[in-house]
Design a protein around this ligand. Structure first.
Ligand code: NAP
Length: 350
């Protein structure tokens, strides 16, 4: 199969670097074009980017020239976007209008009624919303989004519970890594030896995105899920990986073993279609009394799984557990890659 040429909008940032790394040796996609702000445009990637990943910057990409974020004759049709949300709205729209498929990480379009907000294991059918998007907006291209990095791990762990038992109430407290704030992110003096109990707009995003993701697509509209969701979001001095403590109450009676079975049996379209970035086990259950832990478990399934553990009864709701996911892989670049892979097998890139 001839590889599909792709580009990255915001290639120099924390998520952009993950895209560069995950696209190296991707079996379907070939990174051919990179773009960032005017500060970086015209420079070689090696010069423009402050590379923060442990794996080396791929040599081929280091020598590539960074372009401006403007549609050009040579910008590939499929673009992964990891732009600062202050500019993402306008830039992504411009590319979609010009005929590009924009697979975005930014929050700007996630809650628009005609924009798919996707976790391919959870709501692959919502991709059909792009038909309405193209019809109503008259765009030649399209925008497809993945959720906020905190929402992903939570919703992956909730999806099999919603399907099997029905969710009534969800209470989530996050401990979020500093890489979730981009680069350079939170100042050292603010975060060292500290916990910051506020991340702007994060709790609202987690609550409303969860409803959309767990909702049902009926007659071209997403009917949001009805469970009550309350999120507390905190920034902690961890490099990568968002840890979440979750309490839930369910509509149907269930035992601890029933929940574990539901998590362990959870498989969906990405696994059935063997998408290249799909984890074999989207939810990995740890039975040890002190897992999951960021340092030990964040790379599980190449950073694409939600790792859950410490399931036990909750005296306030019904059950409580801990969930962990990698914020720049499953919560960002890996999520967008999986979205594009789903779009490819569903014929949206033809
Ligand atoms: P980041 O490290 O701050 O990177 C931002 C990127 O946007 C850089 O490539 C930057 O280019 C580019 N940019 C900034 N201003 C621009 C402009 N005026 N025109 C064109 N490009 C511009 O942020 P990040 O953490 O990678 O996040 C990127 C997006 O993904 C954000 O919307 C964020 O909310 C979302 N997201 C992040 C995570 C995460 O875990 N970090 C997870 C999910 C979603 P220069 O280097 O040239 O300035």
């Amino acid at each position: 199969m001839k590889k599909i040429e792709v580009g990255i909008l915001g290639a120099t940032g924390m998520v952009g670097q993950r895209f560069v790394s995950l696209l190296e040796n991707h079996p379907w996609f070939d990174l051919a074009w990179i773009a960032a702000s005017d500060r970086s445009a015209g420079k070689k990637y090696a010069e423009a980017c402050n590379w923060r990943l442990r794996t080396p910057m791929p040599e081929r990409v280091a020598a590539m020239t960074v372009h401006e974020c403007r549609p050009a004759a040579h910008s590939p049709q499929l673009l992964f976007a990891s732009l600062d949300s202050k500019v993402a709205g306008e830039v992504e729209r411009e590319f979609a209008q010009a005929g590009h498929v924009v697979v975005s990480n930014s929050s700007n379009y996630r809650m628009e009624a005609d924009v798919p907000l996707l976790i391919p294991e959870v709501n692959p059918g919502h991709l059909a919303l792009v038909r309405r998007q193209r019809k109503e907006r008259g765009w030649k291209g399209m925008i497809v989004t993945n959720p906020n990095c905190t929402t992903v791990g939570l919703v992956m762990s909730l999806a099999p519970l919603e399907v099997t038992f029905g969710l009534e109430k969800v209470l989530m407290t996050s401990m979020q890594a500093v890489s979730g704030a981009g680069y350079p992110g939170v100042p050292t003096l603010d975060i060292m030896g500290n916990v910051i109990p506020h991340i702007a707009n994060e709790e609202e995003k987690v609550e409303r995105e969860t409803h959309k993701l767990l909702g049902k697509l009926i007659d071209g509209r997403v009917q949001p899920a009805t469970c009550v969701v309350s999120a507390h979001c905190n920034r902690v001095p961890v490099e990568d990986g968002h840890t979440e403590t979750v309490s839930v109450s369910l509509k149907k009676k269930a035992s601890l073993a029933d929940l574990i079975n539901a998590w362990r049996q959870f498989r969906s379209v990405p696994q059935e279609r063997a998408l290249p970035s799909a984890p074999a086990h989207p939810i990995v259950v740890r039975e040890e009394k002190d897992r999951p832990q960021v340092r030990l478990d964040v790379e599980t399934e190449h950073g694409m799984a939600a790792v859950v553990g410490r399931l036990r009864p909750c005296p306030v709701l019904q059950f409580k557990y801990v969930a962990l996911s990698h914020n720049t892989i499953r919560g960002a670049a890996g999520a967008a890659l999986l979205n594009a892979e789903l779009m490819k097998v569903e014929g949206y890139l033809d």
